[in-house]
Design a protein around this ligand. Structure first.
Ligand SMILES: *Cc1c(COP(=O)(O)O)cnc(C)c1O
Length: 367
């Protein structure tokens, strides 16, 4: 009998992300206002599209397995050597490398309960053991709680997203630096900075290259290249060599390398996206206030809106779907009473606003 390895067989069958395409197939909808995955509603830079278009004829070639042109440009941006950058097929890919490399089966990985789910997915997939600390009641990551848990459990990896998903909250430079210093020396901090481009460089953890820190960045959010699947890790040469042993040599799409390089060169466009995103957040805050709902202040391209209870949040999300608007919600308490809506274009925001108001009215009706 053919059986998967025991660690794999023990994993329950799950679909961590049910995509909007599947929801459309299930509900028979032909169009959805897509505000559920924090993709960029503002698209990629025209320059990135043109560069990728111009390179399509050469798609019969593999990309450069070293992604060196892109790494050189990223090295200039981050003021480091290209040896300190590894390019992968998005953060999700790089996170898998980090877990595979630094978490032996049975070892502990510490994270916030209900944070970005791909980390837990890799921990389970590679046979690690999960330890969690909950979000604080105000929706913020509990740095003190994580530090205490880290000191008592000495996990191999501590995962933290900053700015965080799904809360949208941000830990300022001093606090994240203090947190990093408070961790046991044998724990790797896997710092997921998917939303770093929405925050000033001077607000983030300063550039630190130590073996116990790996930072992850992506072109999926502010750069609008989620479908291209490309991101990178900032890490020491030693950690980069470790990634080098296990990464797929041709795992990065050739056109993604080209698009990412062109996107990186078009900082005007990134700034435009960041400004539009800030407007979108303000619109959502205003909408929520007008309907008597609280929000968590966000530094990302999405906002969490509170709906009193988890059951009500699920109902509102379902009502929105029937009205052609797709959003998601955090799964674990204390954030499970919130829904999370991504920044959209002004048209998408207007569609959300109308549908949200109608959904709230629908769930308030006593049957
Ligand atoms: C969107 C997101 C990712 C996924 O990034 P990819 O580069 O598309 O794999 C990773 N981490 C967080 C916190 C995210 O919100």
């Amino acid at each position: 009998m053919i059986r998967p390895a025991p660690a794999i067989e023990a994993i329950p069958v799950t679909t961590p992300f049910i995509g909007p395409e599947q929801l459309m197939r299930e509900t028979g909808q032909v169009e959805l206002v897509r505000l559920g995955a924090n993709e960029s509603a503002f698209g990629p830079s025209r320059k990135a599209i043109e560069a990728m278009n111009a390179a399509l004829d050469r798609l019969s070639w593999y990309g450069d397995p070293e992604s060196l042109d892109l790494r050189d440009a990223l090295a200039a941006k981050h003021n480091c050597r290209p040896e300190r950058i590894v390019v992968g097929a998005g953060i999700d890919d790089l996170m898998g490398l980090a877990v595979r490399a630094y978490l032996a089966p049975g070892e502990a990985a510490l994270s916030t309960l209900g944070t970005y789910p791909t980390f837990a997915y890799h921990v389970v997939g590679y046979g690690g053991r999960q330890i969690h600390v909950s979000y604080r009641n105000d929706g913020r990551v509990d740095c003190d709680g994580l530090a205490i848990a880290a000191r008592s459990e000495s996990p191999s990896i501590v995962y933290l997203a900053n700015p965080d998903n799904p809360s949208g909250t941000f830990i300022a430079r001093d606090e994240i630096a203090r947190f990093y210093e408070s961790l046991p020396r044998e724990s790797l901090l896997l710092l997921d900075e998917a939303y770093a481009d929405f925050v000033g460089d001077e607000e983030l953890l300063p550039p630190i290259f130590e073996d116990r820190l790996i930072r992850l960045r992506t072109f999926s959010k502010a750069y609008g290249l989620a479908g291209a699947r490309i991101g990178y890790a900032l890490l020491t040469e030693r950690n980069a060599q470790t990634f080098q042993k296990i990464r797929l040599q041709y795992g990065v799409n050739r056109n993604a390398q080209i698009g990412a390089l062109a996107a990186l060169m078009d900082d005007d466009f990134r700034r435009y996206v960041v400004e539009e995103t800030a407007r979108a957040r303000e619109d959502y805050y205003k909408l929520a206030r007008s309907l008597g709902c609280r929000c968590i202040e966000s530094r990302t391209n999405f906002v969490c809106i509170e709906l009193e209870s988890a059951a009500r949040a699920v109902d509102v999300m379902d009502e929105l779907l029937t009205r052609g608007v797709w959003i998601r919600k955090p799964g674990a308490p204390p954030l499970d009473a919130y829904v999370r809506v991504s920044a959209g274009t002004p048209d998408m925001r207007a569609a959300f606003s109308a549908a949200f108001e109608a959904a709230l009215a629908a769930v308030s009706v006593v049957p």
